[in-house]
Design a protein around this ligand. Structure first.
Ligand SMILES: Cc1cc2nc3c(=O)[nH]c(=O)nc-3n(C[C@H](O)[C@H](O)[C@H](O)COP(=O)(O)O)c2cc1C
Length: 329
């Protein structure tokens, strides 16, 4: 049982924040298949500060997603606090939410140059003092839990997750997610599970393990080795929201049978229709192309279907491709 604030999660199974992927449609689908909690795509604190319209779209949530965290990135404690307060109180123009986040998560892991080069995301791993100040400033203005997502460190010479974890705990963080890779590694293996274990042994708040959890076996091994309180799944869920159900069954000792292709495609189309509901047909279909490709990845006939998917521009196109694919599967 993982408890953060007043929310209790049985296994602490999270869908990770995934910019460009974990939008409200994907978050709803993953919740339906056993993700106990989700995290939004990272949202720019500066964007919220300037009431940017694109940012407003990222900060829109629906009740079927709850419980969820909203993740912000930035490095100015004041602006981070101000934007967190807007999100926590739903006081954000241009975004008519009917529900509230269960917590605010702070991004201290994003490695992309546009973010880290600005002193945001993973750059905060190089500045533990500022990381602490941000957590303190945000915690002072919101009533909901503040959590932090960190990496193992900046590079192999600077593995400082334990130091950062202790500082953010001292400054009010209520849970920490550790991605067991350095910034320099980006998303490449190996995942350093020893550092995740060390963080777990060094702090008194819940620790959530992240990195390389792609099967139920990976999940069990990660929990057993690190002693962590929860797990965060990222790329393993892309095109495979069923992974949450599989992990839950495995952890509970229940039998599980993987969905057949027809079932997978049914869920994929539900997912795509939700994307279109939220974003309109054109944007929905453009963004759905990659999701559909992930749903069929590694399956018979995937390469030629993907080629057709890349030329689809309407829902009808995608439905036809999926029906043809199933007929020939
Ligand atoms: C496409 C993509 C987008 C991501 N966006 C975010 C993000 O917005 N915030 C964040 O904290 N991490 C982000 N991450 C990192 C993931 O949440 C996760 O930490 C990382 O992928 C490692 O987990 P995995 O090995 O299960 O994929 C992103 C990763 C990918 C691949």
């Amino acid at each position: 049982m993982l408890k953060i604030g007043n929310v209790e999660l049985n296994h602490g199974l999270f869908l990770a924040p995934l910019a460009g992927v974990s939008d409200r449609a994907f978050r709803s689908v993953c919740r339906k298949f056993g993700a106990e909690c989700t995290v939004s795509e990272m949202i720019s604190a500066k964007g919220l500060h300037y009431n940017d319209t694109k940012t407003a779209i990222l900060a829109a949530f629906s009740e079927d997603e709850a419980p969820f965290f909203v993740q912000i990135f930035g490095s100015d404690p004041e602006i981070m606090a101000e934007s967190a307060k807007k999100l926590a109180t739903n006081n954000y123009k241009a975004c008519q939410n009917t529900c509230y986040p269960m917590g605010i998560d702070i991004n201290m892991g994003c490695p992309v140059p546009k973010i880290a080069g600005n002193g945001d995301g993973s750059a905060l791993m190089k500045n533990p003092k500022l990381a602490g100040e941000i957590v303190k400033a945000v915690s002072a203005v919101v009533d909901i839990p503040v959590t932090v997502k960190i990496r193992s460190g900046w590079d192999d010479e600077h593995i400082n997750a334990v130091e950062v974890a202790k500082i953010v705990e001292e400054n009010g963080a209520k849970a920490i997610c550790v991605h067991g890779r350095t910034k320099a590694q980006m998303y490449r293996d190996p995942v350093n599970i020893d550092i995740i274990k060390s963080v777990k042994e060094s702090v008194n708040i819940p620790v959530i393990a992240n990195g390389g959890i792609n099967t139920a076996d990976d999940a069990k091994r990660m929990l057993e080795y690190t002693g962590c309180d929860g797990l965060m799944i990222a790329r393993g869920a892309m095109g495979n929201p069923f992974l949450f159900e599989e992990i839950t069954a495995y952890l509970e000792g229940r039998a599980y049978s993987v969905p057949n292709m027809e079932e997978r495609m049914k869920v994929a189309m539900e997912h795509i229709r939700l994307m279109i509901d939220y974003k309109g047909e054109y944007t929905g279909v453009m963004e759905a192309r990659k999701h559909l490709a992930w749903y069929i990845q590694g399956q018979k006939g995937a390469a030629s279907a993907r080629e057709k998917v890349n030329h689809a521009s309407t829902l009808d196109d995608l439905e036809k491709i999926v029906n043809d694919y199933l007929r020939n599967f």
